[in-house]
Design a protein around this ligand. Structure first.
Ligand SMILES: Nc1ncnc2c1ncn2[C@@H]1O[C@H](COP(=O)(O)OP(=O)(O)OP(=O)(O)O)[C@@H](O)[C@H]1O
Ligand SMILES: [Mg+2]
Length: 1075
């Protein structure tokens, strides 16, 4: 009788506390929980309704807890805080009960890096996670059994999937390329061929084995630089209950899969948007396949027909086939980050979890009579043997396949059958020797004990002896490896050294003989072996000679073996150090010495902090890639580069996805340099990450002995086609435009470090629709006068000069104005360092809005200057050098102030733009001063004329009007150019012959100005003469034509006949029109 239980995957969500970085940057909480409901608020739209989800369990572990002295997190009274114990009682206990009933169980944790998957599954320190508690309880429950007819067998295995390769974490020698995943031809299930399953007899043994597995992960992660957060860890516990009865023995068997999945960052945030090479090999294949499997299963359960579930697409989904849609009771824990900055990822996780809860599984109790099991296995083996002997396998459905394909497939199937035969035989042997369980267990225990001697030692040994303890990016893998120092010398190096070093390290930049530690009664010195160059650091600083170590010093060997030196014999420290040194702390210090990052987060703006975090994350990766470049002699050098917000503004504009609450953050990028010809490339962080995985992959192939010298350049992650490079940028601030003034200046082109790379002459001027210039005094005192009117301005790029000769092949300028979608590009100027670009373009705002004014006030146009790079043949002299030497030469070339320059990277561009800001302001003040001076002059003139008048003509009224008009004028508001209509016939005729003449500037003071300008605007620039006239002195026409003639003479034919009003108007007029 088969007991089948159909039920959905159970889903739990759990939100963790803020981490220190989030606290430092005052992250906002975007997740809330209410009963089974989880809500998430969009930080970019805080007033929108939150998105709501409901799950079987919601665990609030964000706040409401106290941390006891031993580290245990305990709920405060009355709080809803979900502790590890609560989570176990809900989820783990269920797993346990099901296991005892004979169901297969699966528990997996999903979520982005750092969201708390490992915390829930494994736990940290006193806060043990579900896996250890469940194992502990399993043995406790077993111990309570007093039925003599029932016995238990527990087997433990632990594996890691990284890059689609399976590594046995309990085995010392894993084959190259990993273990094979095979499919049982009869049952269809997948299994890992040759995976070590160790018998365990107590919880302590499981703990030891988990520790062994974790150490194995740590070593691999440090040697191979594989980021552990990209690996999936699968712990499997096979729990068998053998029950004796009159009719023989029956076996109830439960397989528990406990899966800590890799971080779920989506491709668009860390992936390779726009990279020439596809997403790093297989890095994310398993995780994306898992997503597809879950979606397909969710569709199936929603009644969709004909859905193919793509289990075969990845190693992970093959191994989880039972857990998802099969014979298993399955629980998923979705780990959530509470912080605003992770909103997108967290929402993604919630949606994922929402799909997963729809999946239906059909779990059966796996209970069978023992002899039946053995009989079945034997029958199966007979059948398989026959199939092989009778001429092999028949490939079905071969239509459309080529003979080679059929042949390949047959070979593959034969292979599978052979493997299955072996596996079955092993199982038969296991079953037949079931009585031997005790022997097997004893043997496994001996092995476990051996592990002890090479492990991290017990607490008391660590309290007595000087030692090194490792740090790893993944907190789960920190403090896992301990090296004790013996009295006298302890050598560090590679295991292929002539004399085997005491501490064997491998991986990048580790020399055969790397360094020596000398310990003498608590006094320890470190000395790098000559030639290890810059590859030994203490507290971030390269050491060259003997260096005394003090307690908690941070040691870096090669590019990523990071340790803390612990000296229980002398715990005095020279600095103020945190109680526990973390990987972040040590990395920050390295970054600081390199010139990045400030001492603490304090005083940094939010975006600077985010940028700093990204730098800290990427810096070790860059060192690593440099080390690979040296080892594979790739002649490339890499460097972290920060592009300040100001410099990106117009490059990336509003599409910038790194913005938090619409604030642009400094952008972290990586510059790759070809050391042979100086060509450079600037990579987005995501692209670099992608390349780094590909580079790791390449390096692994190299280590595995593959010939990688022949890979075509198209597949080489170090290769990139030559492309234009951003030489630097120059900012033009636009305040002048808000006063209708022009800006004309030679501005400095600075690169991202703030270094001068050249200059460019730019002219930005308000103009007419067709680009013609406005009058000189088209100046406004108050930018608001521009509102609601059309506005045109012309951008002219004149001559430029670039200092670096390697850019002589071609220079091009690109810029974006306001919200233009596309960059405006100037023509490419070839073969010169001093191009005369002669580009101009008119930009129009149909109606000036407040935002436009804001743009003028605080915005700028960034002119991006690009240089053409060519794949020049390198100097043959350089080819003699190794990449390492080339890199040293390259660094030597850089000015000694390079550190300073870098240190100031954040601010360099701001300084450059400040200058340009100041220039505009000076110009503005100058114009304002000129206006005031001419006002003053006009008033003095009015007074002089008054003085000259005979007493009888001194009329106060017109005098007062003239003075107050000048005094109260808003200056020269942007004038309207109008045609005066209905003037005297003869006047008109005279003007007809000269078209320009008809156009005059209407220049009005006082209360009528608004009215007349409005009229001009509404009538297409035409104003009735009568309207103007009644404001004016009677001989206005004469004045006008007179002045026009003068002007014409003075300015020649350019028609820009403009005069200041004050100069020619008659006293007493409150308005005048002038040409
Ligand atoms: N519920 C929690 N309570 C307290 N601290 C937590 C909790 N969840 C996570 N943390 C802390 O957050 C940090 C990151 O958690 P964890 O290592 O579990 O992340 P992860 O999801 O496994 O990340 P990765 O994908 O990189 O392995 C750890 O320092 C952990 O101690
Ligand atoms: Mg983890």
């Amino acid at each position: 009788m088969v007991v089948e239980s159909i039920e959905s995957v159970k889903v739990a969500v759990r939100v963790r506390p803020f981490n220190q970085r989030e606290i430092d940057r005052q992250a906002k909480l975007v997740v809330k929980m209410d009963g089974k409901m989880t809500m998430i608020y969009n930080p970019e739209a805080p007033n929108d309704e939150p998105k709501k989800f409901s799950f079987d369990y919601s665990y609030w572990s964000h706040d409401g807890f106290n941390t006891l002295p031993d580290g245990t997190a305990e709920p405060q009274s009355g709080s809803t805080y979900a502790s590890q114990r609560v989570v176990f009682e809900n989820l783990g206990q269920g797993v346990l009960n099901n296991a005892f009933e004979g169901y297969n169980c699966s528990l997996f944790a999903y979520g982005q890096t750092g969201s708390g998957k490992s915390y829930s599954m494994v736990g940290y320190g006193k806060n043990r996670g579900i896996v250890p508690i469940t194992c502990d309880e399993l043995f406790k429950t077993m111990e309570m059994n007093n039925d003599p007819n029932k016995r238990y067998e527990v087997m433990f295995s632990m594996l890691e999937i990284y890059n689609e390769q399976v590594r046995d974490l309990l085995s010392k020698d894993n084959p190259k390329g990993g273990l094979n995943v095979r499919q049982n031809p009869k049952l269809g299930m997948f299994y890992v061929e040759g995976l070590k399953k160790v018998p365990v007899g107590s919880y302590a043994e499981i703990e030891k084995r988990m520790e062994q597995g974790t150490q194995s992960r740590t070593v691999a992660s440090t040697n191979m630089n594989a980021t552990s957060s990209r690996a999936h860890t699968v712990v499997t516990i096979i729990f068998d209950q053998i029950i004796k009865s009159d009719s023989g023995e029956t076996k109830k068997s439960s397989t528990m899969n406990l899966v800590d999945l890799a971080g779920s960052e989506r491709a668009d945030s860390t992936g390779a948007t726009g990279d020439r090479l596809k997403e790093g090999a297989n890095i994310n294949k398993s995780l994306s396949a898992l997503g597809n499997v879950i979606s397909a299963l969710a569709d199936l359960s929603m009644g969709k027909k004909k859905v193919m579930v793509p289990y075969r697409d990845s190693v992970l989904t093959k191994l989880l086939q039972n857990a998802l849609g099969g014979n298993s009771k399955t629980i998923m824990i979705a780990a959530l980050s509470p912080a605003d900055i992770n909103y997108d990822e967290t929402l993604g996780t919630l949606r994922y979890a929402d799909r997963a809860k729809k999946i239906q599984n059909k779990a059966v109790i796996n209970e069978n009579p023992m002899d039946k099991l053995i009989r079945q296995l034997k029958e199966e083996n007979e059948r398989l043997k026959k199939a092989m002997e009778s001429g092999g396998v028949v490939v079905q459905n071969a239509a459309g396949m080529s003979p080679e394909e059929i042949d390949k497939m047959r070979k593959q199937m034969e292979d599978e059958i052979r493997a299955q035969l072996m596996a079955n035989q092993q199982m038969i042997a296991d079953e037949e020797t079931a009585g031997d369980w005790d022997n097997k267990l004893a043997e496994a225990r001996r092995e476990t004990q051996e592990l002890d001697s090479e492990g991290r030692g017990d607490v008391s040994r660590r309290q007595r002896e000087v030692h090194l303890v490792n740090l790893n990016e993944d907190p789960m893998l920190s403090g896992v490896i301990v090296h004790f120092l013996k009295p006298g010398k302890t050598t560090i190096g590679r295991k292929d050294a002539q004399e085997l070093p005491d501490i064997c390290l491998s991986g990048l930049s580790i020399l055969k003989q790397h360094a020596v530690l000398t310990s003498n009664k608590g006094k320890v010195e470190l000395e790098p072996v000559a030639g290890s160059g810059s590859k030994t650091k203490v507290n971030g600083v390269v050491v060259t000679g003997k260096t005394k170590l003090t307690h908690k010093d941070r040691l870096l060997f090669g590019s990523n073996h990071l340790y803390v030196f612990m000296n229980p014999l002398n715990t005095e420290t020279t600095e103020d150090l945190p109680a526990e040194i973390s990987w972040e702390f040590a990395q920050k210090e390295i970054a600081q010495v390199k010139g990045f990052a400030t001492a603490t987060g304090a005083g940094l703006s939010k975006d600077q902090q985010i940028a700093q975090e990204q730098v800290l994350e990427i810096l070790p990766m860059v060192s690593e890639v440099n080390a690979v470049s040296e080892e594979l002699n790739k002649q490339k050098s890499f460097e972290v580069v920060l592009i300040s917000a100001a410099a990106q503004e117009s490059t990336y504009g509003t599409q910038n996805s790194t913005s938090v609450n619409n604030v642009l953050t400094a952008r972290v990028m990586v510059k790759m340099k070809n050391l042979l010809n100086g060509n450079t490339w600037l990579w987005e962080r995501g692209k670099f990450m992608n390349r780094r995985y590909l580079i790791q992959d390449l390096y692994q192939k190299f280590l595995d002995g593959e010939d990688i010298s022949k890979i075509p350049k198209e597949q080489d992650p170090f290769w990139e086609p030559t492309e234009d490079v951003l030489i630097g940028s120059a900012n033009v601030f636009l305040q002048s435009l808000s006063y209708a003034l022009d800006f004309d200046d030679k501005i400095t082109i600075t690169d991202y470090k703030g270094q001068e790379e050249g200059f460019i002459k730019v002219h930005v001027t308000p103009c007419q629709k067709d680009g013609k210039q406005l009058e000189e005094d088209a100046f406004v005192d108050d930018p608001h006068e521009l509102l609601e009117k059309p506005y045109h301005f012309k951008v002219t790029v004149g001559s430029a000069e670039v200092y670096k000769t390697r850019f002589s092949k071609g220079i091009q300028v690109k810029y974006r104005v306001y919200k233009d979608e596309k960059l405006t590009e100037t023509p490419l100027m070839k073969n010169t360092l001093k191009p005369n670009i002669k580009h101009s373009k008119v930009f129009t705002f149909g109606k000036v809005t407040k935002e436009h004014l804001e743009f003028f006030e605080s915005g700028c146009i960034t002119f991006l200057v690009y240089g053409t790079q060519e794949d020049a043949t390198p100097d043959p002299k350089l080819l003699k050098y190794s990449t390492k030497e080339l890199r040293q030469m390259d660094q030597g070339e850089a000015p000694s102030s390079v550190n300073m320059a870098r240190r100031n990277t954040h601010f360099a561009l701001e300084t450059a733009s400040d200058q340009s800001h100041l220039k505009t302001e000076v110009l503005l003040l100058q114009r304002k001063y000129e206006r005031l001076a001419s006002k003053e002059k006009r008033m003095q003139d009015i007074c002089k004329e008054w003085d000259k008048k005979p007493e009888s003509e001194k009329q106060f009224e017109p005098f007062y009007r003239a003075v107050s008009a000048v005094a109260n004028s808003t200056g020269t508001r942007l004038k309207t150019r109008v045609h005066l209509l209905n003037q005297k016939e003869n006047e008109k005729n005279r003007r007809m012959s000269r078209v320009e003449e008809d156009l005059i500037s209407l220049y009005v003071f006082g209360e009528d100005e608004g009215e007349l300008h409005t009229e001009a605007e509404q009538n297409g620039g035409v104003v009735q003469y009568e309207k103007v006239k009644h404001h004016h002195h009677k001989d206005i026409q004469l004045v006008r034509s007179h002045s026009f003639t003068n002007q014409e003479n003075a300015h020649g034919k350019n028609g820009r006949a403009v005069r200041s009003a004050e100069g020619t108007r008659k006293e007493g007029s409150s308005a005048c029109t002038l040409q």
